[in-house]
Design a binder for this molecule. Structure first.
Ligand code: ZN
Ligand code: ZN
Length: 347
């Protein structure tokens, strides 16, 4: 059994097992990358439940695991384990009822939090991979700065950015690329459209890639042609809000207080109603992990957390700005994994 599995099964009683069905936790505990699989872990067994398409892959990626080829329901029926932890956010109602019908003597206990909890603190290898993914994002951003000009479509910018990341090793995108210009930049999640970039507009790019199983995430807003005074003002406000939040970040701090540091700056300059989303989220195998830097989060930051800091101002019918860095909590503070410049770039 590997370290991660040992840590989890240490929390199980002898008559308990953990059934892991979410892609991210399967990868975290076993290294196995199939979507059609589950893991079953007890104090003395660690098993991959999958089908015959993955026999070879499971042996290669998850050394030390038994491989069961067949239906999870049949496996659980035979296993005879009394209490089964399962991921309630990663199981459909119909899957669960099928399993319950097969393993009629077992009790199924929703334990999503406990199964996912270790992923909140990243180890050195995970941090290395996230940093490499973020560095690829930085490289993609400097590449795209030479490509953006008035007259080009948002969609073409997004595609060029995505092609660069895939060409340089990314296995996938972390999420659908956000590329929003002019009035569209007021949509925090404006994915690339057919809109043509015009001179004098702000352009927000929020993008990430998956490298060696780990996600990156960054946002920069640039000006295409000379921006107006109000555009500059909201840019500088968001930049100051991010600086204020970064100054607060340290182990032991409460997540909502970091959010508040940024929010106070934005509200203080009269844009309180224009920042609707939380300040940040954790990033790892998945793009949205815990803890998050939200106005309500009472989580305490600890070394090894990897979180985004992404304040924004969005003014409907006018424009929007967001600046997002990815940082890792260290023993004394934090290290910024994003190195792209934050002075307003004018193209
Ligand atoms: Zn982002
Ligand atoms: Zn983000």
């Amino acid at each position: 059994m590997n370290e991660r599995v040992l840590r989890l099964v240490d929390e199980l009683f002898d008559n308990e097992g953990a059934l892991i069905s979410g892609r991210a936790n399967i990868f975290y505990y076993s290294g196995f990358t199939s979507e059609d699989a589950m893991l079953f872990l007890t104090k003395d067994r660690c098993v991959i439940l999958t089908d015959s398409r993955y026999t070879v892959q499971a042996k290669q990626q998850a050394a030390g695991f038994e491989v069961f080829i067949g239906r999870p329901a049949d496996f659980l029926k035979e296993a005879g384990v009394r209490y089964i932890w399962y991921e309630d956010e990663e199981m459909t109602v119909s899957e669960l009822s099928r399993l319950k019908a097969a393993a009629a003597d077992s009790f199924f206990i929703p334990r999503q939090f406990d199964i996912s909890k270790p992923r909140r603190v990243k180890d050195a290898e995970e941090i290395k991979r996230i940093a490499a993914a973020e560095a690829l994002g930085d490289a993609a951003f400097s590449h795209i700065l030479n490509f953006i000009r008035p007259g080009i479509k948002e969609r073409d910018i997004a595609l060029e950015l995505e092609f660069f990341m895939r060409k340089n090793g990314a296995s996938a995108l972390s999420f659908e690329t956000i590329c929003a210009s002019g009035v569209r930049s007021a949509m925090p999640h404006g994915t690339a459209s057919e809109k043509i970039i015009e001179s004098g507009e702000l352009l927000t790019l929020d993008f990430g890639c998956v490298l060696d199983g780990y996600c990156s995430d960054m946002t920069r807003t640039v000006a295409v042609g000379n921006p107006g005074d109000r555009q500059r003002e909201i840019y500088e406000t968001v930049k100051s809000a991010q600086e204020a939040a970064l100054c607060e970040i340290a182990p032991g701090k409460v997540c909502r207080d970091i959010d508040k540091a940024a929010r106070d700056i934005i509200a203080g300059r009269g844009y309180g109603d224009c920042f609707g989303h939380g300040l940040g989220h954790s990033v790892g195998i998945e793009i949205h992990e815990s803890p998050s830097l939200s106005p309500r989060s009472q989580d305490i930051l600890e070394p090894g957390n990897v979180v985004t800091v992404e304040p924004g101002i969005y003014i409907e019918g006018f424009a929007g700005v967001r600046i997002e860095d990815l940082i890792v909590l260290t023993e004394n503070g934090y290290r910024n994994l994003t190195s792209s410049d934050k002075e307003l770039v004018i193209l």
